[in-house]
Design a protein around this ligand. Sequence first.
Ligand SMILES: Cc1cc2nc3c(=O)[nH]c(=O)nc-3n(C[C@H](O)[C@H](O)[C@H](O)COP(=O)(O)OP(=O)(O)OC[C@H]3O[C@@H](n4cnc5c(N)ncnc54)[C@H](O)[C@@H]3O)c2cc1C
Length: 382
Amino acid sequence: MTAAAVISGLREVVLVGGGHSHALVVRLLARNPWPRAQVTLVSDVPHAPYSGMIPGHLAGFYSRAECHIDLRRLCDQAGVRFVGARATGLDLTGGRVLLENHPPLPFAAASLNIGSTPSVHNVPGAAEYAIPAKPVPRFLKAWENLRALAASRPIRALIVGAGAGGVEVALAMKARLGPALTLTLVHQGDTILPTHAAGVRRRLLAALHREGVIVATGQPVTSVRADGVILRDGQHLPADTIFWTTQASAPPWIQASGLAADPSGFIAVDAALRSLSHPHVFAAGDCATVTGNVRPKSGVFAVRAAQPLFDNLGRHLAGTPTQPWHPQKNFLSLIGTGRGRAVASRGPWAAEGVWVWHWKDRIDRAFMNQFTDLRTPPPADT
Ligand SMILES: Cc1cc2nc3c(=O)[nH]c(=O)nc-3n(C[C@H](O)[C@H](O)[C@H](O)COP(=O)(O)OP(=O)(O)OC[C@H]3O[C@@H](n4cnc5c(N)ncnc54)[C@H](O)[C@@H]3O)c2cc1C
């Protein structure tokens, strides 16, 4: 711990990134502050997107404000200092978080919850011409441009990657823009949604067909150009806009900082969410991989990690032993189909209907409500 990290007897705790886990940690701090700690949240955006509602926003069900957490206000209510800046690295020897256009922040303990982005660096042209689904602000800007364009002429768009995110975004976009949009969903594997049960795949494939989304499976995109993509067999799929919703990749500065990482570059943490190499640094959500207990990069786990992260950071500050977290194996996914219906998926189980959408809507709104009124009890587990 550096001298600078202990200010007037208070230990500096820096939470880097306002993802789902940290937003919930700040909420928990409002009721149970860590003793003798000065907590700072660093975020590159003042309003953090809640990805569960972003497809619903594309489809026109939610306003932008309804699917974003006002981090500054949340921090004000919880007595946490908010710093609006982008973290660029960690000085682990000096105990400082390095920031863009802002002096470094000293820390006695730090936690990272900075998410992930769809991997654009393994396909030539993707970084230049494709719009990844994250960071969300850039993605939503591209979507607004597309909508404006569709008001004046027919347009063609591609979505590359047909996991749950890609499928849900495709259905939402098509439901919103209708015949003005010719939309193709491209997937390298033989089947969409490879990690979901057959019943889920069947229902969502039927929804894509009903909506008129063209589904192109079985061929990877080998390059991306300004006017579309090239598939492995040389076929050119033309498009005005190309969205990228492929596998999550890690922020590159994690490894450069010297934190232990898994083979894909995500922060390697133990079951207590502590870095394997630097036990005063914690991490949760997409940017972390729990060694020996790997789970999909999904918002569900970022949410579930919040309580153990809060507890273990508190234990670390108090000098008491941390406790392991055992994330569940099966989890519920509710995937909107863009027209007030949704598909539920949990292990081998699948269901579809208007009631599933209402269920999803209730869960998502309850999640967001807890940040506007900190007295609201947290939603029940699903
Ligand atoms: C379109 C789409 C729909 C999805 N729908 C679902 C769903 O319904 N259910 C589900 O479980 N999962 C869903 N996912 C996956 C989900 O988005 C992620 O798993 C989840 O957001 C991870 O949460 P997180 O807290 O780790 O990070 P994030 O929610 O990504 O938050 C990270 C935060 O850190 C900030 N940040 C990043 N880098 C820095 C930096 N250098 N400095 C400061 N701040 C930084 C970002 O701005 C962001 O606010 C979806 C993904 C997509 C793309």
